[in-house]
Design a binder for this molecule. Structure first.
Ligand SMILES: Nc1ncnc2c1ncn2[C@@H]1O[C@H](COP(=O)(O)OP(=O)(O)OP(=O)(O)O)[C@@H](O)[C@H]1O
Length: 535
């Protein structure tokens, strides 16, 4: 987190200076109060008049500095959160797939929304606030000592007592806040799951069950939040009591000092006023410091996200595919107990066409994901032109191989942007990809053609249309290696045949097709068919 304060040091400096001025001016009101009361008591009308004008100017000054101090603090908070969120998002996106899928997308969403809000409120704002309060406390202390050392000593005693509380409660609050953050992630995850499954729940008449499911999470979240809030309330209750106590101590001591003629009525009023500008910041500090402490673990988790992208870059070599990709004696398992692949070897030569077949669950997709650098930790070797994949930069594999998954993801963008993914391609390249992938076959039905919006995860398109867009997305990039993982399974036989046939004709691409139902006419055109078995 320190780096974000550093990155914005000029704005931070401005916010701190403004907050020092604003706090000192607020503390100074008590002196003004004493002068006004004493002038009135001594019936000094001329002095009283001057003090009235001075007070108006003084109040305007407080208003101005307090406004600018607050605006600067908010600006600073916004910038820090913006930069932090950017880094956390980058870190998440930079994760290798194997690590990315260890957590649920809802965890990431919760980190970037709920947790960021916690950090904004309970850390950044609380810290800036605490600084202002400390300055106000220091300014008040100086004035207090000058007015009455005895009252100052009594206030200091209650101050020490007040400081003791947050340090006792803070540890428990941190634990509770971590529970809240975790529960919010679970809540987001369940919510996302239920809303994504809307269609299934409706068609099986399970919406009532979904309501119950939601209600359970809703209640759990409320309970966990309330447990944390209860502890915050205890903290606030104790500090409020101590504050009332300290005001009473100051009032009675000052009144006694007036009785014995040691101070004036104006000083009494100033002392009472000062006691509240002394205790109010302490109460707020007591409430702020545990808050700051409570989000420590949340910050640690987000830092882990932010740093994970950089830490996970494996090899730095640039992969090439001039001759072949070879998989030698590959073995792999997602967990230690269930091997998915054992001793699988395949060789893919540039420009040739390959089909990979085998029973469902035998590891065909896993093998090709390994080949494109999605997972590490495999046995054997994957060689791009003789160079081991582990020594190569996995991000650069995308420039060589396009993997068209069985489950296509479409953004809620136009068909055009779903193909381009905001990358620059010429009109001719786009037209060619649209034709080759079969997208052109359904575009004529859509009023606005390529500008047709796909909807949330392509909900406004059919499964086959989605697959064709995914194919166009890969073909426009003209990667030398195209891997179709059941990439035409949602298409009618005729369209699938047409597309596959076009891909087989293209001499520039090396095609690897994973298929359960090979087209009998086309399978003979493959250079080699690899048959995989279970385990
Ligand atoms: N991310 C994952 N984490 C854990 N296990 C996984 C993961 N992905 C796949 N598996 C498991 O690995 C095994 C192989 O899956 P894979 O998808 O590679 O098979 P497949 O041959 O492509 O199957 P299909 O033909 O049905 O698509 C399956 O038992 C599957 O449950």
């Amino acid at each position: 987190m320190k780096r974000y304060w550093k990155n914005n040091r000029l704005i931070l400096a401005a916010a701190l200076v403004l907050s020092v001025i604003s706090s000192a001016l607020t503390a100074g009101i008590s002196v003004l109060l004493r002068e006004v009361v004493d002038a009135a008591a001594a019936k000094q009308a001329a002095v009283f008049g001057k003090l009235c004008i001075f007070t108006v100017i003084y109040i305007l000054l407080i208003c101005g500095t307090s406004f600018f101090s607050s605006v600067t603090a908010k600006f600073l908070t916004g910038r820090i959160i913006r930069e932090y969120r950017r880094d956390v998002f980058r870190g998440i996106m930079g994760r290798r797939p194997s690590r990315y899928y260890q957590e649920n997308t809802a965890d990431y969403i919760s980190a970037l929304t709920n947790d960021m809000k916690l950090i904004e409120e309970n850390y950044i704002i609380a810290l800036l606030n605490s600084f202002e309060l400390i300055v106000m406390l220091a300014a008040t202390l100086v004035i207090l000592v000058l007015l009455s050392p005895l009252v100052t000593a009594l206030l200091m005693a209650t101050f020490l007592l007040m400081l003791l509380i947050p340090s006792l409660i803070g540890r428990y609050l941190e634990k509770r806040q971590t529970q809240v953050s975790r529960q919010m992630a679970v809540f987001t995850e369940k919510l996302k799951d239920l809303l994504s499954g809307y269609e299934i729940l409706k068609s099986y008449s399970r919406t009532e069950d979904a309501n119950d499911c939601f209600q359970i999470e809703n209640e759990t979240e409320t309970r966990v939040k309330f447990r944390a809030a209860r502890l915050f309330a205890l903290n606030e209750g104790i500090s409020d009591t101590l504050s009332v106590l300290s005001v009473a101590v100051v009032l009675f001591t000052s009144a006694w000092l007036v009785l014995i003629g040691r101070i004036s009525t104006g000083t009494l009023l100033a002392l009472v006023q000062l006691s509240s500008t002394f205790t109010a910041p302490i109460i707020m500090l007591m409430q702020n410091l545990p808050k700051v402490r409570s989000v420590k673990s949340v910050i640690a988790r987000l830092n882990d996200y932010a740093d994970s992208g950089e830490a996970e870059q494996a090899g730095q070599g640039i992969p090439t595919f001039e001759h072949e990709v070879e998989l030698k004696h590959i073995s792999f398992s997602y967990d230690e107990n269930t091997p998915v692949l054992s001793d699988v070897s395949m060789r893919f030569e540039k420009g040739k066409k390959y089909a990979v077949m085998g029973p469902s669950g035998c590891g065909k997709s896993t093998l090709l994901k390994l080949m494109t650098g999605c997972f590490e930790g495999y046995g054997g070797s994957i060689l791009y032109d003789g160079r081991e994949l582990n020594t190569l930069n996995p991000d650069r594999i995308a420039g060589i191989a396009s993997l068209i998954h069985q489950n296509v993801y479409l953004f809620n963008w136009s068909v055009r942007e779903n193909i381009l993914l905001h990358e620059d391609f010429s009109v001719q390249e786009l037209e060619e990809a649209v034709k080759k992938s079969g997208v052109s076959g359904f575009l004529s039905e859509k009023e606005n053609g390529l500008d047709y919006m796909a909807g949330e995860n392509g909900s406004l398109l059919s499964g086959g249309q989605r697959q064709r867009i995914a194919l166009a997305r890969a073909l426009i990039r003209r990667t030398p290696l195209v891997i179709l993982d059941e990439g035409t399974s949602a298409l009618d036989r005729e369209t699938a045949h047409e597309i596959e046939s076009r891909l087989l004709e293209d001499e520039e691409i090396t095609l690897i097709t994973i298929t359960h139902n090979p087209d009998p006419e086309l399978i003979t055109r493959y250079d080699r068919v690899y048959q995989m078995g279970m385990g």
